[in-house]
Every structure is written in C-alpha cells, then in structure tokens.
Design a protein around this ligand. Structure first.
Ligand SMILES: Cc1cc2nc3c(=O)[nH]c(=O)nc-3n(C[C@H](O)[C@H](O)[C@H](O)COP(=O)(O)OP(=O)(O)OC[C@H]3O[C@@H](n4cnc5c(N)ncnc54)[C@H](O)[C@@H]3O)c2cc1C
Length: 241
C-alpha cells in the first residue's frame, strides 16, 4: 500500500492556454531521483468506486527535495488534469511516490540520448537535472518533439530548465498524436542521430506509441536499452508487448 504524503501548493502559473505550472512544497523531503514521478490523489471517487489518481513527473532537479514543480496539460474532459488546473495557492494535496525507474543509471559513461515527445518533456527535464547525471551532461542530447510551438510548454521555458552544461538541445515539430506520419517522422529523426554512431545509452518519455517503436530501433542499433529506459505517459504499450 502506498503511503499518502502531502504537499502545499505555493503558487501556480499559466504557461499557454492549457498548461499549468505548479509550485509545491512537500511536508517531508521526497527522496526522489530526477526523472521520477508522483501520483496525485484528486480525492474524486468515480461512481464505479475507483479513485481518480494521476501520475505527474517532477520537472525540477533532485538537489532540492522539498520545493518542486509539476507542469500539467489540461486534457479535454479529463478529471485528473481538471483537478490540478483548479488548484490554488495554499491548498494541500495528497500524493504517493516517488515512483518510476526512468532515472539516470549510476556508473555509466559516454553519450546519452534523451528523446521526449509531448508532455514527456517533464520527465526528460527531471532526468537531465538529476544530480547523478551532471557528469554526463556535456555528452547529452535532448530532443523534444511535439506538434507545434503552442503545445504544452513554451520552447523558451524548456530551454531555461535545461542545465547549461547539456551538450545539445533540439526542439522540433512532428505530426500530432495519433497521426499516421508521426511514428515514421520520429523514427527518421532517431535514425539520423543514431547514424552519428556514438550513442551509449538512450531514454524515451511521452507518447507510448512512439516509445515502443523507437525502443526497438535503438536496440536494433546495438544500444543497450530495456523497458526501464522508457516512461510512457499515454498510448501505453500493451503489457504483453
Ligand atoms: C509516469 C507518468 C508521468 C506523467 N507526467 C505527466 C506530466 O508531467 N504532465 C502531464 O500533463 N501529464 C503527465 N502524465 C499524464 C497524466 O498522468 C494524465 O494521464 C493526464 O493528466 C490526463 O489525465 P485526466 O484525468 O485529465 O484525463 P483522462 O481521462 O485520464 O485521460 C484521457 C486520455 O488522454 C490520454 N492522455 C494523457 N496525456 C495525454 C497527452 N499529453 N496527449 C494525448 N493524450 C493524453 C490518457 O492516457 C487517456 O487515454 C503522466 C503520465 C504518466 C504515466
């Protein structure tokens, strides 16, 4: 059973039409590693009896364990994201975590590819800002693919969160979620990066439909990866896949 913890909303900021940035302060240090997520409890109970609880990745670095930020995209008719968008400063929220294996490995050297799609940029930012990832930053390439410049977080905001030591940042547009050209487009970008031939490890966060195919491509290119290198936020791969 997950232990319920609490955090206070210290402030909120709207970043674009459907994105809320939440500033939170946890009652106790979180004990997280950059790349992990929390599960917020909206305290909404569906008629089926199921509680509405949703995962959100910490986008701030793990050097600070009590003050942290989450960025949440409002999903049409979504109860969890609507709950978050309704939060105001001074409210206490309940959560469990940290959860997840999408964290930098210890004792690894060489160059790292972190490829985020859509809202997956939050996990990618948390990962890049992990204390243990600092030595690998100069050889890191962050790629963020999303449908347009208006999607989720402004490019300028994202670039500001990326540590200055990060080797390269690419932010590009790809076809929207569900578009038939989306996966081929993402694969073409990955192919070009892998053709450089110096990728030691790769991590993917965001659209599960993209992650699943790219994970296979990365493995086929001889880069050591496992399912723990992937954090899917939606379009979850089937458990048996
Ligand atoms: C590990 C993890 C970390 C996550 N971190 C974040 C985060 O940092 N910021 C954030 O905004 N969301 C994040 N999410 C997604 C979040 O947990 C919810 O799925 C989202 O807020 C929608 O919840 P809802 O109750 O509003 O809508 P629901 O009714 O639960 O969702 C409706 C549908 O929309 C899908 N969906 C969720 N996100 C998207 C998207 N971006 N594009 C298209 N479809 C989507 C859901 O999978 C579902 O099928 C994360 C998910 C996971 C699993």
């Amino acid at each position: 059973m997950a232990v319920a913890k609490t955090a206070r909303v210290m402030g909120t900021e709207r970043l674009g039409s459907d994105t809320l940035l939440l500033d939170l302060c946890a009652a106790e240090p979180l004990g997280f590693v950059g790349g992990q997520y929390l599960i917020l409890d909206s305290r909404i109970i569906l008629p089926s009896g199921k509680a509405v609880k949703r995962a959100y990745s910490l986008l701030t670095g793990d050097a600070e364990q009590r003050r942290f930020q989450l960025a949440v995209k409002r999903i049409p008719d979504g109860l969890g994201s609507a709950f978050v968008h309704g939060l105001a400063a001074g409210t206490d929220i309940s959560f469990s975590g940290p959860w997840g294996k999408f964290v930098p490995r210890e004792g690894v050297s060489g160059s790292t590819l972190i490829l985020a799609t859509d809202t997956g940029i939050t996990a990618a930012l948390g990962f890049l800002r992990a204390t243990r990832f600092a030595p690998l930053l100069p050889q890191a390439l962050l790629i963020w693919l999303r449908a347009s410049a208006e999607y989720f977080l402004p490019e300028e905001f994202v670039r500001k969160q990326v540590p200055a030591a990060c080797g390269e940042v690419r932010i590009e547009a790809i076809p929207a979620v569900g578009h038939r050209e989306r996966v081929p487009h993402a694969r073409a970008i990955l192919r070009e990066v892998l053709s450089r031939g110096n990728c030691s490890q790769a991590f993917m966060a965001g659209d599960g439909a993209v992650n699943q195919v790219l994970l296979d491509d990365v493995a086929a290119a001889g880069v050591a990866v496992s399912k723990d290198n992937v954090e899917s936020f939606f379009n979850m791969p089937k458990k048996s896949a």
